[in-house]
Design a protein. Structure first.
Length: 107
């Protein structure tokens, strides 16, 4: 039996959550939300973790990122243009500055 070596090239980025005055480190293969949970930090509200509930809505103020599909029910095209996003659908590609607590329950 042979041992298989798995090469990993995972980068870690610093995520600053300005409105909560907190920061944490997030791997680039994890979403901002899961990365936060792995660090036992509570800087973003956690819900479904799958882009469906809108609880983790944030505004991205600075930084590079990769965006997965997001529900238009929670982030409109106009909002997306203003930097709003769902933290469970964003993967960091550099250090980021964000603002959490943008979830608005449906009326
Ligand atoms: S946790 Fe539900 S949309 Fe992100």
């Amino acid at each position: 039996m042979s041992t298989q070596t798995v090469e990993t090239d995972i980068k870690v980025h610093r995520i600053q959550v300005v409105n909560r005055n907190q920061e944490y480190l997030c791997r680039d293969d994890k979403s901002l939300l899961v990365g936060m949970e792995l660090q036992n930090t509570q800087a973003i509200e956690v819900g479904c973790r799958g882009g469906g509930c809108g609880m983790c809505k944030i505004r991205i103020l600075d930084g590079e990122f990769e965006k997965k599909r997001m529900s238009r029910a929670h982030v409109s095209e106009a909002e997306e243009g203003e930097g709003f996003a769902l933290a469970c659908r964003i993967l960091p590609r550099g250090d980021m500055v964000i603002e959490s607590d943008h979830f608005e329950p449906a009326q």
